[in-house]
Design a protein around this ligand. Sequence first.
Ligand code: SAM
Length: 276
Amino acid sequence: MWPGEAHSLKVKEILFQEKSEYQNVIVFESTTYGKVLVLDGVIQLTERDECAYQEMITHLPLCSIPNPKKVLVIGGGDGGVLREVSRHSSVEQIDICEIDGMVVDVAKRFFPKVAIGFEDPRVNLNIGDGVAFLKNVPEGTYDAIIVDSSDPIGPAQELFEKPFFESVAKALRPGGVVCTQAESIWLHMHIIEEIVSVCRQIFKGSVNYAWTTVPTYPSGVIGFMLCSTEGPAVDFKHPVNPITDSEERPLKFYNTEIHSASFCLPSFAKRVIQME
Ligand code: SAM
């Protein structure tokens, strides 16, 4: 995925290392980022900076529509997105489909402040392939779908392909929204260009790209596709459903200003992504 470069953290202690049915799973204690989850050699999250990713991938879609009730998470086996979805009191049902049960178990054991999301009574955990799960979802079921996937190599490959996006659009209500992990503008413009083109064919509401900073991801940034289906218009850049911060668990990264700012792109990316 990142020829010619590598990102590394100093390892204090390896806490877990096993091969699941789908991927190599490692947890280690780093010297500066807390515990780190690694899947097939790729850093997925660290205790220190996971907030940036989990809060943005969740609140960018959910704060863009009034009153989200039914939410689906594909991937997200660490529970962080669930933790963020559970901040939205309007949400009544949170379904999650994670392919690898070992990720869930490891998250609960080593990342309790992330996996706390699984404790919300609205959460229904399905262990399985998100592609297959969506094939059985009745049309128009969800207000929002969040695709918190690993990279398009290994089990997540199909989550970046047209048939999957078509099944997402079918599972969303009119004016429903999807937010997917959409790689780095510094490293993957070719992948992003392809995803934008596919999304433009499928999502007739709107197609947008936002990005944020996550220091321990390659190039230090990660982006998101934010699309809506035809129906009530969704203006992702101006949130209509602001999240109320909580005393006991304040937001560490997301806020309304950074929500709108995250859609501002550098020229090299704007030319490709906003091309009509
Ligand atoms: N939430 C993390 C973070 O903060 O960056 C990163 C993503 S999460 C660990 C990615 C998850 O997607 C992994 O647990 C992986 O097992 C899961 N996954 C990959 N392919 C999948 C598929 N086809 N269906 C469901 N889950 C999948």
